[in-house]
Design a protein around this ligand. Sequence first.
Ligand code: GAR
Length: 191
Amino acid sequence: MGGVRIGILGSGKGSNCRAILEGIRDGSLYADPRLVISDVADAGILEIAREFSVPNEYIPPGNYRTVLEPKAEETLVQKLREAAVEWVVLAGFMRILKTPTLTAFPHRILNIHPSLLPKYPGLEAWKQALAAGESVTGCTVHYVDAGVDSGEIIAQREVPILPNDTAAALHARIQVGERELYPEVLKQLCR
Ligand code: GAR
């Protein structure tokens, strides 16, 4: 398989990862998925990697909650390097990456976030938008820097908040947007 060599990182069910792998499979996205890595042993994203025959790996994160322990982060960089990854694609990866990864992949790490950044960085951004009484939210693809969801914005998609929306319904609607936006951005970058 040809194309830009990507490594996908995620902690959850992996619907963004699936959308990306489907784009590659149907030929609309010219990328080579070298590796899927998760910090959660039973994450759906690892199952999806296996379904698409992409090498996949669980890296035990260590004892911290919001970052990888330094040893784990070194392992992460080593695995990505061994797989000759050019771009790191965060798809629901719920830990903040630190210097080893940021310096190994300068301006080569992307993230998708479920809000219209710079509004509502951090956890459960759709709940933050709902609680704030917004009528519109959305999703953002951005470069990853040392901050939390603070890197340069690449593209955004707006999603309406409906009267009587629930958090779950809103997140599901945002995720429909994510599954379109992320492969589109990658198509541009991988041309
Ligand atoms: C997505 O909604 C993504 O935007 C969010 O996690 C979800 C992962 O879903 N990421 C963040 O909140 C990062 N700050 P998925 O596992 O189905 O792709």
